[in-house]
Design a protein around this ligand. Sequence first.
Ligand SMILES: [Zn+2]
Ligand SMILES: [Zn+2]
Length: 160
Amino acid sequence: MDPAQDKTTVGTPAGLNLRGQLSTPNIVLPSRVDRNETFLRTCKFRCFSPRFARPSNTELLLGFARAFGRGLNQFQFCQMLRQCNGCQNFVFTDRLTIHQCDGPVLQTQADNFDIVRALVTMERNAGLSRLDFCHLFTCCDLCHRVFLEHLIFSHACMDI
Ligand SMILES: [Zn+2]
Ligand SMILES: [Zn+2]
């Protein structure tokens, strides 16, 4: 629709209406399209080039947890996890606001422990302790990529 034709009119000409009540004057408001275009002009979106786009933290985590995956290089691994200044535990980068130093620990030793579910939960928790860290993750001596402990033997090291 032509934005010029998409105007919203409010009220009637100033004066008394049929019931003798004072009516409001005509006010032409900008349409939603006009307002959105104005809003968009004021936004300063950061640009990106698809060729150089880096995987998000969630993409890193999902790839990391996949069997026969490629693991993560050290840079990606450090992008995915942050260490708390207070308790020194490790927290998924996209869940920093729900970290609670004295919160419940993640049940990393449980049979049904799922690293993805544990790290993306919205429930407050204490993250991964140094001990959890050492039990869960390991680095390949050859390709120097980081893997979940139980997945390291399934990676195609020489193909990486
Ligand atoms: Zn903490
Ligand atoms: Zn390897």
